[in-house]
Design a protein around this ligand. Structure first.
Ligand code: 5GP
Length: 175
């Protein structure tokens, strides 16, 4: 058990399980994009650890760039996506893979996907470490999903509780 600020979290997904799953996802992506030079759009801050573990297992020629969106306050999704920063890159005719930490309501991701399509890419897919299918409020296709989880609040492996806990090397759930 660990305490972060005023809350207690319990172990949920171990470091070993995460690494095994990331290796599998990387193998799928490497296979699917073997004839392409994809652009990974990493959604900061939460996806930084997942992205670094994922891309180093993908032996393809690729580009990696970082964007920022914000829709969350403390432990509840506000559903309101603020401006997307850093999407000024030329994505025309490129294969895009958005790397995200978690898809909860899906509101952030669906707006992000629409914004990326405005840049006229060839394709847009999503790689997310975690997905909460029961919380989804909008239909969304997630090509690469690490783990489907129930409707619980999690921290670690890039995910924070009020900015704390991102450096934990495994995932914890709110008790
Ligand atoms: P959505 O728009 O899908 O509801 O929310 C997506 C964003 O909310 C994620 O990128 C993440 O930053 C945040 N989020 C959703 N669920 C959780 C959670 O269980 N833990 C943490 N730390 N952040 C979450």
């Amino acid at each position: 058990m660990i305490n972060i600020l005023d809350k207690t979290f319990v172990p949920f997904i171990s470091k070993e399980e995460i690494e095994t799953r990331i290796t599998e996802l990387a193998a799928s992506i490497s296979r699917d994009y073997k004839d392409s030079c994809p652009v990974f759009l990493v959604v900061l801050n939460g996806a930084f650890l997942f992205a670094s573990e994922l891309v180093k297992r993908i032996p393809l020629s690729c580009e990696i760039t970082f964007i920022r969106v914000s829709s969350y306050s403390k432990t509840e999704s506000t559903g309101e996506v603020k401006e997307i920063i850093g999407i000024d890159k030329n994505l025309a005719n490129r294969d895009i893979i958005i790397i995200e930490d978690i898809v909860d309501t899906g509101l952030t991701m669906s707006q992000l996907i629409s914004k990326v399509w405005e840049k006229s890419p060839k394709s847009v897919e999503v790689a997310t470490l975690l997905h909460k299918p029961e919380s989804l409020k909008t239909p969304i296709e997630l090509r690469y999903t690490g783990f489907k989880i129930g409707n619980k609040f999690v921290v670690g492996y890039g995910l924070d509780y009020d900015e704390i806990g991102r450096n934990l090397d495994s995932i914890y759930a709110l008790e």
